[in-house]
Ligand binder design. Structure first.
Ligand code: GRF
Length: 193
């Protein structure tokens, strides 16, 4: 069985979409894969309770308990590796990862970013798209590399930017697409790792 470990920092709606897809599409039987654990760097992440209720193992590796990125990433890596993951899925995981961490999971770690990369890496993507006068916005699933929000693109979805959009209304439109493409991309990738 191929284990998927999902990292979150907050709501975890993308994580929930992946878990639901795994259940509804019977990934265990069809793909020989399962979501083995959900790990958060924030003890108060809402998604943790949801995952627990869904019967998934959860853990917290609180970045505030570590002196810097290196020791935090080492502790996180140890927690992830307890589950011998075939794939590590970042789903709203708001930490910059060290090159050593990324190298350890090279080719088997993916992220979702709420813009049409390579446009708008980093934060505040929706406001920046509106401010630039973009007519379309969207979301990208990509391989994780040492450079933030770079790496080969695995999936994208496009939404319109409407004239009266705020960052919030645009984010909500994009998020709906995130929930569709992330489970699909993970299901495709798990066959290749
Ligand atoms: C999503 O927009 C994701 O693309 C971004 O952070 C948000 C996380 O949302 N990286 P959720 O925690 O999955 O609900």
């Amino acid at each position: 069985m191929k284990n998927i470990v999902i990292l979150i920092s907050g709501t975890g709606s993308n994580m929930a979409a992946i878990v639901r897809a795994a259940q509804q599409q019977d990934w265990a039987r069809r793909l020989d894969a399962r979501v083995a654990a959900v790990i958060s760097n924030r003890p108060d992440a809402k998604g943790l309770a949801w995952a627990r209720e869904a019967g998934i193992a959860t853990a917290v590796v609180d970045h505030k308990a570590y002196a810097g990125r290196e020791p935090f990433d080492a502790a996180l890596m140890a927690e992830i590796d307890r589950h011998t993951p075939a794939l590590v899925v970042l789903a709203g995981f708001m930490r910059i990862l060290t090159p050593g961490f990324v190298a350890h999971y090279a080719g088997r770690i993916v992220n979702i970013h709420p813009s049409l990369l390579p446009a708008f890496p980093g934060l505040h993507t929706h406001q920046r798209a509106i401010d630039m006068g973009c007519r379309v916005a969207g979301v990208t699933v990509h391989q994780v590399t040492a450079e933030l929000d770079h790496g080969a693109i695995l999936a994208q979805a496009v939404v319109p930017v409407l004239p009266d959009d705020t960052a919030d209304t645009l984010a909500a439109r994009v998020l709906t697409q995130e929930h569709l493409i992330y489970p699909r991309a993970v299901a495709e990738l798990i066959l290749r790792v």
